[in-house]
Ligand binder design. Structure first.
Ligand SMILES: [Zn+2]
Length: 465
């Protein structure tokens, strides 16, 4: 046997990772994993969100040739992880897309819904729309599903999805090459969560590419979140007012409905009408019903004991505009859940216009409110706001609960790495504002003695497997 042949066997396998999006920023998740001598695998293809600079970024051509990519692996259905998939297809990608089954169902609704927002931006800036319904349909045609824990093979790489506990169907993508593992975490859930199982333990990773949205912050206790929600509902109903809850259509809304349903069934709150006033949230809730076998044991137990989930006599889903308008004909004591979560648009604006001037009513904020959003202005105590061109005096109470975040906080993220500290050679910290990512990098180095870096946008690294 020639000596060179033996040397080739002992030589480690190599692969590279390109940090194309989601590096130095929370949104735009997009990574390219290329095993030496094989075709690249794309992980996520998300939209950049949150600013004009981000919007412009979405219109730029990809830094790779979409035709040269044969596989796209999708971690979950949030738009900052899937929002550029139809653009990828439009620009020539004709390979296979893989995700968990719920992620595919959710992605179709999320991508179709986002066309409205993108069209508004395109009109405002006088530029072409980055994709249309036809591109979404084509993406769906290329899209295949794989349940958690069922490995599939692309070239020399074995891929398996593990439950990340972030939203329905959310997965970590675990790629094995030459017996070693690199894990793209996607977003990591704030376990324990009301509906979903805890994030799966990872104990044998060689490399991690992990999110860091809350890399420098700690959430308020999960124990108090339910009591706080119950208190706000009771106090508002006792005052005879309307409770408005701006909520993200995916996960937050379903957690809320689940919590309220439990309170109703145990007579812990007054039996008032609960309106789900969002066509997208209604569709997404349908997907949650379909996949209730993905819920945690506690939630499944409660469903078995009751008469179905997201279904109680007081719950009214208002899909059409006409149905939505009839909400005003109902007496003041009621709960309205509507998008958008930061009051940037959506039907919540109509309700805020109507009920923010009412001192008996309450606006309950349950998610992150970005600087510049109406939600943030209200959270900061703004007493006079402009909604759809009208000046509105804020007399309603504005309350916040932060315990329902769908992301691990700084300590949760560190604990996640600690489970695999014995095997992991390097952690690449991504999907966070620079300060959050760098704080997590420092803590991983200091507390766990593990090598960690926050890659720059566009950086490429070579790894041994
Ligand atoms: Zn997410």
């Amino acid at each position: 046997m020639p000596a060179g042949f033996l040397f080739a066997i002992l030589e480690a396998m190599k692969a590279s990772v390109d940090f194309l999006g989601g590096a130095e920023s929370v949104t735009g998740s997009n990574f390219l994993f290329t095993p030496e001598g094989e075709s690249p695998i794309l992980i996520d293809c998300g939209l950049f969100q949150g600013s004009k600079v981000a919007e412009d970024e979405n219109r730029k051509p990809f830094s790779f040739d979409p035709k040269a990519i044969s596989t796209l692996v999708v971690t979950h259905a949030h738009i900052d992880h899937i929002g550029r998939v139809p653009k990828l297809v439009k620009e020539g990608f004709s390979g296979k897309i893989y995700s968990s089954p719920p992620t595919k169902d959710l992605a179709e609704f999320m991508l179709t819904d986002s066309i409205g927002v993108l069209a508004k931006e395109a009109r405002r800036d006088g530029v072409p729309l980055i994709y249309d319904e036809g591109d979404v349909r084509e993406a769906m045609r290329l899209w295949e599903t794989r349940p958690y824990h069922e490995p599939f093979t692309i070239g020399s790489v074995s891929i398996v999805f593990r439950d990340s506990g972030h939203i329905l169907g959310s997965a970590m993508a675990e790629l094995t090459l030459g017996g070693k593992k690199i894990i793209f975490t996607g977003d990591l859930g704030n376990s324990p969560a009301p509906l979903l199982p805890d994030t799966e333990r990872v104990t044998d990773a060689t490399y991690l590419v992990m999110e860091s949205v809350y890399g420098d912050r700690v959430h308020e206790g999960k124990e108090e979140r339910r009591d706080k929600l119950e208190d706000v509902i009771e106090e508002t109903m006792r005052a005879g007012g309307t409770l408005m809850i701006p909520a993200f259509s995916l996960e937050r809304t379903q957690e809320l409905l689940f919590e309220i349903e439990n309170m109703v069934e145990h007579s812990r709150i007054p039996l008032v009408p609960v309106f789900l006033d969002s066509p997208l949230a209604i569709k997404v809730t349908g997907v949650y019903k379909k996949y209730s076998n993905y819920f945690n044991a506690g939630a499944r137990e409660i469903i078995r004991g009751g008469d179905g989930i997201f279904k109680f006599p007081q719950l009214i889903m208002t899909d059409t505009t006409a149905e939505s308008k009839r909400i005003y004909e109902v007496a003041e004591r009621k709960i309205i859940i509507a998008g958008s979560g930061m009051s940037n648009g959506g039907r919540i604006l109509h309700h805020e216009k109507r009920y923010l001037p009412d001192e008996k009513s309450t606006l309950l904020l349950m998610g992150y409110q970005a600087p510049g959003s109406l939600g943030r202005v209200l959270q900061d105590g703004g007493k006079s706001v402009t909604i759809m061109g009208e000046h509105i005096s804020v007399r309603a109470r504005v309350a916040s609960i932060s315990g329902y975040s769908a992301h691990k906080d700084a300590n949760g993220l560190l604990d996640f790495v600690a489970q695999t500290a014995d095997t992991v050679k390097k952690v690449f910290v991504v999907m966070g504002e620079p300060r959050a990512s760098l704080t997590l990098v420092q803590r991983i180095r200091d507390y766990l003695g593990v090598d960690a870096v926050a890659p720059k946008a566009g950086e490429k690294v070579e790894l041994e497997f």
